[in-house]
Write a protein that binds this ligand. Structure first.
Ligand SMILES: [Zn+2]
Length: 151
């Protein structure tokens, strides 16, 4: 699949460059009230941890806050819980503990260990629309380190 070449415009609040997301992702994750403001245009995800904006658009200028999103966005500073995998609702802490307990190194192994049924619905469940989050491999790595150190 070709990589999207579109350069995202900066977030209107923090002026940092965001990331293009699918319209379906925005519609799936906004609370009902906010969803009424969504149009068939391009939306971007603000990637700053200390900015209250979740999604924004360029024309017309529209901003959605993190409070208007149904799930906490993992890299925002007050996100709780921090999800490693949105589809299977696995938190960073669960991933850490599972890696520490089992020694599994792969995300798929950890998901299968923790969940009876493995689901994948990133487009509708992950705020970025992409699979899992960078927290997952990080949690596994630190869980494995903790296992080695035996604490
Ligand atoms: Zn921002």
């Amino acid at each position: 699949m070709p990589k999207i070449q579109l350069v995202a415009p900066p977030c209107p609040r923090c002026i940092k460059r965001g990331q293009l997301v699918r319209n379906l992702t925005v519609r799936s994750l906004l609370i009902t009230e906010a969803k009424k403001r969504v149009e068939d245009i391009a939306y971007y995800l603000c990637m700053s941890s200390d900015c209250e904006v979740s999604y924004y658009s360029k024309s017309p200028n529209e901003v959605f806050t993190t409070k208007e999103v149904k799930v906490p966005i993992w890299y925002k500073k007050d996100a709780s819980p921090k999800y490693a995998c949105y589809c299977n609702e696995i938190t960073e802490e669960e991933a850490f503990n599972a890696a520490k307990e089992t020694g599994f190194t792969e995300m798929s192994e950890i998901i299968e260990f923790l969940r009876e049924k493995v689901k994948c619905a990133c487009v509708a469940k992950n705020p970025s629309g992409l699979c899992c989050t960078p927290l997952f491999p990080e949690a596994i790595a630190s869980g494995l380190r903790a296992k080695q150190e035996g604490n």
